[in-house]
Design a protein around this ligand. Structure first.
Ligand SMILES: [Zn+2]
Length: 302
């Protein structure tokens, strides 16, 4: 699992500060999460292959989380894309994008499929044989979801020396990976544990931006491998969290601790601050394994 931060700042884009957008690579997928202004440029700068993006997840319709979308949708057309593009976003985004395209007399040459979200409970919005994606209902000034990306149970690992020794035909490897006992070439039943090892533990990534401190999300993100939780403000500006419905670094760390996650990544910094080390220092007083997001930074979780 690999996470690339394309932008991790709030509000307006700056020369060196991009609004929210991330690429999550998980089980051969390349999921784009949020698409703030400038995302296309950041994708190019970080050498992300446009054609590998097939699913885009938009948390909410504040501009710093989706103003880059129409540009990207249009560029995909110019690049003669033919494969489907799925967009998961709050109800209303389809109307916005289609109106922008209608007024410019443009259309996509590829299937553009919207999955409009309006539920207030966590729901499964994407699933295949390797991963599943659930919404994380957040509390913000407008309707907002975070997203939980979860690997499904991994296959058991075959020990190639042991299966050869046990005289098992290759045709049974699939069954072995699934945990079944199989018969060898001599018709003897071989128990699965003798020739396979336990699967690698599964990984999960929870993206939570934007939100006020909200313990309701804890059961959804419990024990996840990595939590990205917005930390727009420092504790000294906590009073700003109520009217803006954002969180402090300390609050993000409290959620991480209570949810027993392995790693916390902070981001969505307010432009009022010059440096971000204080965010880390503050969060670490509550939750030690805290990292800072930075535009262009890649995190590997292997
Ligand atoms: Zn917002």
């Amino acid at each position: 699992m690999k996470l690339t931060i394309l932008g991790c700042h709030s509000a307006t884009p700056g020369i060196n500060s991009n609004p929210t957008a991330q690429i999550l690579e998980i089980k051969n997928h390349m999921f784009l999460i949020d698409c703030g202004e400038g995302t296309q440029v950041q994708l190019r700068r970080n050498k992300v292959k446009f054609s590998r993006i097939k699913h885009i997840f938009i948390s909410h319709l504040h501009g710093d989380h989706y103003f880059g979308l129409i540009g990207l949708v249009n560029t995909f057309s110019l690049l003669t894309r033919e494969t489907e593009l799925h967009i998961y976003a709050p109800k209303g985004l389809k109307e916005v994008i289609l109106l922008q395209m209608k007024l410019s007399s443009s259309w996509t040459k590829y299937p553009l499929i919207f999955h409009e979200l309006d539920a207030n409970e966590s729901e499964l919005i994407y699933e295949d044989d390797k991963v599943e994606v659930h919404t994380i209902p957040l509390k913000h000034r407008i309707y907002t979801n975070g997203f939980l990306f979860k690997e499904k149970k991994n296959d058991r690992k075959i020990d190639i020396n042991l299966v050869t020794e046990a005289n098992i035909d290759k045709a049974y490897f699939r069954k072995l990976k699934q945990g079944f006992d199989v018969e060898n070439e001599d018709g003897v039943l071989i128990s699965n544990e003798k020739v396979t090892k336990d699967p690698l533990p599964t990984k999960s990534y929870a993206f939570c931006s934007d939100t006020i401190y909200n313990e309701d999300i804890i059961p959804i993100i419990k024990d996840c491998t990595v939590l990205y939780h917005e930390s727009t403000f420092l504790d000294k500006n906590e009073s700003l969290c109520i009217p803006t419905k954002h969180s402090t670094a300390k609050q993000a760390a409290t959620i991480a601790k209570k949810a027993n996650v392995e790693t916390l990544i902070l981001g969505h910094y307010s432009t009022r601050y010059n440096g971000y080390d204080d965010f880390k220092t503050e969060a670490k007083t509550v939750f030690e394994n805290t990292l800072l997001s930075k535009d262009g930074k890649t995190f590997n979780f292997d």
